[in-house]
Write a protein that binds this ligand. Structure first.
Ligand SMILES: NC(=O)c1ccc[n+]([C@@H]2O[C@H](COP(=O)([O-])OP(=O)(O)OC[C@H]3O[C@@H](n4cnc5c(N)ncnc54)[C@H](OP(=O)(O)O)[C@@H]3O)[C@@H](O)[C@H]2O)c1
Length: 333
């Protein structure tokens, strides 16, 4: 069994813990929270071996194979470095790192610790529906672009409207709509089409100074991908990938729960796989298989592909911010 520790006690960590339990391939060896009460409650609810209020103590004492990092974005880097230094693999929530400099430092550290694996928790690109989209894309006679949307009103925006500064809406924590939701359609575009040649970002800046919504353009050689995302309103628009007369439609570029292909006459074929028991189960299983058999040929190839996606997404997110002159305090360190 893979010994996993967790950072963060919000709902996403709960979902991950349930996913790893469903996979039956991990043991919850340690739970870290800044507060004893939260740490104990989370550990008890999920039958963890032990709770910790000091992160490095967990890394030193819990005998972990891997740590799942689901803290605010700007904290990922330091927490990831501390784990790699101790030869512990890392699953880092998206977006893994705030900028190119942090990503480069992580890559250099991984070189010094070759047994350590780094995974970015981009759940949607591990799902059967992502594979269905990739397969349908390969069968298109040509690709003429895509329009990807992921826009969900955040309950935390109510707090912003009440004058508060929730982490996810602050530049201090490397937050904002691009980092939080835009990353999903951008990940999808990069996993499907590769690295764009040029990018541009048109953000709507809210009172906290972060972007509340935005439009990103990814320019490929002979087609464009437009990405529409936000946390201050809801969109019910389908995402679409354009062939010649065929169109692939996706209910949401972040969730990928329903995928169809329409032929030249508009007739739809449902390509969706069965509903997932837990949206994080496919990634939990993918990461487990690499951790269990890192030298397996297929696992080596998959790991390299995920790593390349993560590097490209990090670069594109950074380039998008540069195009809009949107800076984070983490960029100055
Ligand atoms: N894959 C997905 O579907 C998905 C969904 C949601 C979020 N995420 C990602 O998960 C990460 C966490 O997001 P979130 O919305 O859960 O963030 P959050 O609520 O702001 O913080 C997450 C956890 O970090 C700790 N924390 C909060 N503020 C902190 C601070 N100032 N200093 C140190 N620790 C702090 C808290 O744990 P303790 O109080 O227990 O220490 C909290 O439970 C982000 O990277 C986000 O993008 C991914």
């Amino acid at each position: 069994m893979i010994r996993i520790g967790t950072v963060g006690t919000n709902w996403i960590t709960q979902q991950l813990v349930e996913a790893v339990a469903l996979s039956k391939r991990y043991t919850l060896a340690g739970v870290y929270s800044r507060h004893q009460e939260t740490a104990d409650a989370f550990a008890q609810k999920n039958q963890a071996e032990k709770s910790y209020t000091d992160y490095e103590t967990m890394l030193d004492q819990a005998n972990l194979d891997v740590v799942y990092i689901a803290s605010p974005n700007s904290l990922h880097f330091k927490q990831a470095m501390a784990a790699i230094d101790r030869d512990i693999s890392i699953i880092v929530e998206k977006p893994a790192f705030s900028n190119r400099r942090e990503m480069a430092a992580i890559m250099a550290e991984l070189k010094q610790h070759p047994a350590v694996k780094y995974f970015e928790a981009a759940r949607h690109v591990h799902t059967p529906n992502f594979k269905a989209i990739s397969k349908a894309l390969m069968a298109l006679p040509t690709v003429q672009g895509a329009a990807l949307t992921y826009m969900k009103y955040s309950s935390r925006y109510d707090k912003v409207l009440d004058g508060e500064q929730p982490n996810v809406f602050t530049k201090e924590f490397s937050g904002g709509a691009l980092q939080d939701l835009g990353v999903y359609p951008i990940y999808l575009a990069i996993a499907l089409f590769g690295q764009p040649e040029n990018v541009a970002f048109f953000p709507t800046i809210i009172v906290t100074g972060a972007d509340g919504k935005g439009l990103a353009m990814l320019r490929y050689g002979d087609f464009d991908v437009t990405v529409n995302f936000g946390k201050t309103s809801n969109s019910y628009a389908l995402s679409e990938i354009y062939g010649l007369k065929e169109t692939i439609t996706i209910d949401s570029a972040g969730e990928l729960t329903h995928v169809e292909e329409r032929d030249a006459s508009g007739q739809a074929t449902d390509l969706s796989a069965a509903e997932l028991a837990n949206p994080m189960l496919p990634e939990a299983e993918d990461f487990a298989r690499v951790l269990e058999a890192p030298d397996d040929k297929q696992n080596v190839a998959d790991y390299q592909r995920w790593l390349q996606w993560s590097l490209t997404v990090n670069q594109v997110l950074f380039d998008l911010r540069v195009s809009a002159n949107l800076k984070f305090p983490a960029d100055q360190h």
